[in-house]
Design a protein around this ligand. Structure first.
Ligand SMILES: Nc1ncnc2c1ncn2[C@@H]1O[C@H](COP(=O)(O)OP(=O)(O)O)[C@@H](O)[C@H]1O
Ligand SMILES: [Mg+2]
Length: 142
């Protein structure tokens, strides 16, 4: 299945995130594709807000994974695989256990975890549009 949404400005992230969550209510793993500056971290902040994370959320620049708490006390995981040297490092942090845990997982640079992502991952491709906004193309394989 394929759908496209426009995120006109960064401050629309939470509303867009809500929409994506509502239309994929059974899904827990979201892979965010797109170049540097495409808006992946911005959208993940929107997901965090929509899912009741009160902490300040930022890109996990040094850690591969950041854990947040939702207001339901459930964890939420934000991965940034940009600085990953090789896929073996994912075994080291227990990547598969996170994505199989049933908690929400949002993954930046998911290409580096190819083969380790669950088959019901929702793929979001973010691209700058000529009008300054971002186009989000949503793909699910199941
Ligand atoms: N429509 C939009 N959606 C998301 N980000 C936007 C948008 N318009 C401008 N931006 C800006 O683009 C930058 C995106 O950065 P970021 O989310 O860190 O990207 P990435 O994580 O993909 O590298 C932010 O400074 C954000 O404010
Ligand atoms: Mg980022």
């Amino acid at each position: 299945m394929l759908a496209t949404i426009t995120m006109r400005k960064a401050s629309d992230a939470e509303e867009i995130a809500r929409l994506i969550l509502q239309s994929h209510a059974e899904r827990r793993v979201f892979a965010l594709h797109g170049e540097l500056g495409a808006g992946k971290t911005t959208l993940i902040k929107g997901f965090c807000a929509a899912l009741g994370v009160a902490d300040r959320t930022s890109s996990p620049s040094f850690a591969i994974v950041n854990e947040y708490r939702r207001d339901t006390d459930e964890p939420l995981y934000h991965f940034d695989l940009y600085r990953l040297r090789d896929a073996n490092e994912l075994d080291g942090i227990g990547f598969e256990e996170y994505v199989d845990s049933g908690a929400y997982c949002f993954i930046e640079w998911p290409e580096l975890a190819e083969g380790l992502r669950p088959s019901d991952t929702v793929h979001l491709l973010l691209e700058a549009s000529p009008t300054g906004g971002r186009t989000i193309t949503i793909t699910t394989r199941k």
